[in-house]
Design a binder for this molecule. Structure first.
Ligand code: HEM
Length: 279
């Protein structure tokens, strides 16, 4: 029987490609493998939410790489276009964590011990996102010491220019007076360099209309910093609500450790510049 007998004809020609084949739905649906015995109802929720995060992390890395390339080619509005996509995904991810609040603390305890020592500490892609934006703490690579592929992926991220490097390089190319070393550690010690940087950023922030493309790009970077912080904050509240002050399965102090990460920022001077603006 020809396909025209029982199906509308495809504008793309005859093909037997289906939705499920293209998206590998059967493969995707075979990946939720519960460890609890007998299977605990809520473990499915726990697995699906983490897998959904990892899929979105994959797309975020893909878009950030693109945005960095575009900044390096001085395509400011195009770089902003892809960053705006990341920001929109991050808004979703901040909300998504709350689905876990529909699981009771008592229910989680019924399968939590099965997960040990697996932990969010081992999310390679989360750490890659931190490293690619410019929040870089090489000590986290130790969590992957036994995993050669993950370890080298993170080491590669450390060698490659971050979003933060790409942004300041772009400003230099556009003749803004940006100090050679813009690492927070250096700038916090060097007041003259810090002032130079803030004066340069002030040119963008004092006149957003005149500097519209750079202003939009800069504000997307601030959005990203803000949303990463909000994700951390929402995550720690969910953690506290579900496990209280228990230690993490990865060995940290749990909520107390997570609270120490809330202030991490890739673009602290884009936040500080507001204090420098004139009326
Ligand atoms: C029942 C829900 C959850 C609990 C109780 C929980 C608990 C924790 C704890 C205690 C830590 C600290 C590390 C450790 O000692 O293990 C941690 C880290 C982490 N979790 Fe979760 N988590 C939950 C859900 C999630 C979800 C849905 C994600 C989504 C990706 C996630 C991603 C992470 C990441 C990336 C880290 C590392 C954060 C950092 O080092 O800055 N967690 N989690």
């Amino acid at each position: 029987m020809s396909s025209s007998d029982n199906q509308p004809s495809s504008p793309y020609g005859v093909s037997d490609l289906t939705y499920n084949d293209y998206l590998k739905v059967p493969e995707l649906l075979s990946l939720q493998q519960l460890l609890s015995q007998p299977p605990h109802h809520d473990e499915m929720l726990f697995i699906v939410i983490h897998q959904a995060y990892e899929l979105w992390f994959r797309l975020i890395l893909h878009e950030l790489e693109k945005s960095i390339k575009l900044m390096r080619a001085q395509h400011v509005l195009q770089a902003h276009h892809f960053l705006h996509r990341v920001v929109t995904i991050m808004r979703l991810l901040v909300q998504q964590i709350h689905v876990l609040e529909t699981m009771t603390a008592a229910d989680f305890l019924k399968f939590r011990d099965r997960l040990e020592p697996a932990s969010g500490f081992q999310s390679l892609q989360f750490r890659e996102i931190e490293f690619i934006v410019g929040v870089r703490d090489a000590r986290y690579i130790d969590n992957f010491a036994q995993r050669e592929r993950e370890k080298s992926a993170l080491e590669r991220r450390l060698r490659e220019p971050s979003l933060r490097d790409a942004y300041y390089d772009l400003l230099r190319t556009l003749d803004f007076d940006i100090p050679a070393d813009v690492s927070t550690a250096t700038l916090e010690q060097d007041e003259a360099a810090r002032t130079r940087l803030l004066e340069a950023l002030k040119q963008i922030y004092q006149d957003p209309i005149e500097q519209a493309p750079l202003y939009m790009l800069s504000e997307s970077l601030v959005d990203l910093d803000q949303l990463l912080s909000l994700w951390r904050y929402h995550h720690v509240l969910v953690v506290e609500r579900i496990i209280g002050n228990r230690r993490g399965t990865g060995g940290s102090s749990g909520a107390a450790y997570l609270r120490t990460t809330l202030e991490k920022r890739a673009f602290p001077y884009l936040w500080q510049v507001r204090t420098w603006l004139e009326a």
